[in-house]
Write a protein that binds this ligand. Structure first.
Ligand code: ZN
Length: 197
């Protein structure tokens, strides 16, 4: 059985996704979603998300509240090693796969993550084959990508990364909570550090 608090996160994601052309235009809400048994896994950032005090706009708030209520049931991941990103980054960053090839809900059509970074972190250049859309739910971050102008984005704003386009992200005076979508070839992969594809 998938935890009911995670089902609430999925319901809130679907509601926002279907009501937001920037999201549904990137990919329609998947129709192959099935609950999958994935055990909870804690990381320090899960506690920061549970205690998150950032204001979110009304249309993002049900999703943010559902995420905060589900932090103890999510399988949190950190893709990188301490040698790659440092101890402070690992202590204040984390994500979980809500739906996708290895998510709490299984889908081969689309991958959806919930990802968090604390304030003052530098998520260095990385890349992956899957096309990506970031949607900021709360807080803000500066997004950098090769071939695109840097942009500081807040709640309700999106950033698209093409297949294999190197990108990076910096948080300044506040954390950022994001909904991240992957589609297309490489959807089941992990990102790799560095600029070279
Ligand atoms: Zn990415």
């Amino acid at each position: 059985m998938t935890n009911t608090s995670l089902a609430h996160v999925l319901d809130a994601a679907r509601a926002l996704h279907q009501a937001t052309p920037l999201l549904s235009g990137f990919a329609p809400w998947p129709v192959d979603i099935m609950p999958a048994p994935v055990a909870p896994l804690h990381v320090p950032a899960a506690d920061l998300v549970a205690a998150l005090g950032l204001a979110a706009p009304a249309r993002c708030r049900p999703f943010v509240d559902a995420i905060r209520a589900a932090t103890a049931h999510a399988h949190w991941k950190r893709t990188y090693t301490e040698a790659e990103v440092g101890a402070d980054f690992l202590a204040r960053y984390g994500y979980f796969e809500l739906f996708g090839p290895t998510g709490h809900f299984h889908s081969h059509q689309l991958r959806g993550y919930i990802a968090y970074w604390g304030e003052g972190l530098n998520y260095d250049w990385h890349h992956h084959e899957a096309e990506e859309l970031y949607f900021v739910l709360a807080g803000s971050a500066e997004f950098l990508a090769e071939g695109s102008a840097p942009a500081r984005l807040g709640p309700g704003q999106t950033r698209h990364h093409a297949a294999n386009q190197p990108h990076a992200m910096v948080t300044h005076d506040e954390p950022v909570l994001t909904y991240v979508l992957w589609r297309g070839a490489g959807m089941a992969d992990l990102p790799k550090m560095g600029r070279a594809a």
